[in-house]
Design a protein. Structure first.
Length: 124
């Protein structure tokens, strides 16, 4: 009987966890800043940033997506109640090329390092 009680007690103890997941390599802001629309070529972009995660054909041109995602998760388990919070932030960079594989324009948003561990408050 004591062993069953101890096993039940251990199963009902509160628990918590933290996890962090990353997808793809972080983007280098200085490498992105070194790219020059009108003169950088697709080969130079690939050398600076590596292989894109997605390539889209746009008529005679193309667009490449570079993406790095960081996800942080925290959770608490209390008896029969579980609370879990997830914050996923991403670095994304789109680069656009003309029919001659010359960079025409680019846009980036670097926020992956801003992911935080968070557990939503009880009662909200």
């Amino acid at each position: 009987m004591a062993i069953r009680f101890a096993a039940l007690f251990l199963c009902l103890l509160p628990a918590c966890f933290l996890s962090s997941t990353t997808t793809n390599q972080a983007l280098d802001a200085s490498a992105i800043a070194a790219l020059r629309p009108g003169s950088s070529t697709a080969q130079e972009v690939a050398t600076q940033l590596g292989a894109p995660v997605q390539v889209v054909e746009l008529g005679r041109g193309s667009a490449w997506l570079y993406e790095h995602v960081r996800e942080k998760q925290a959770g608490i388990f209390l008896l029969l109640v579980a609370v879990n919070g997830v914050d996923a932030q991403a670095d994304r960079c789109w680069v656009f090329f003309d029919e001659n594989n010359v960079l025409t324009h680019l846009g980036s948003n670097l926020q992956a390092d801003q992911a935080e561990y968070d557990v939503p408050p009880f009662g909200d």
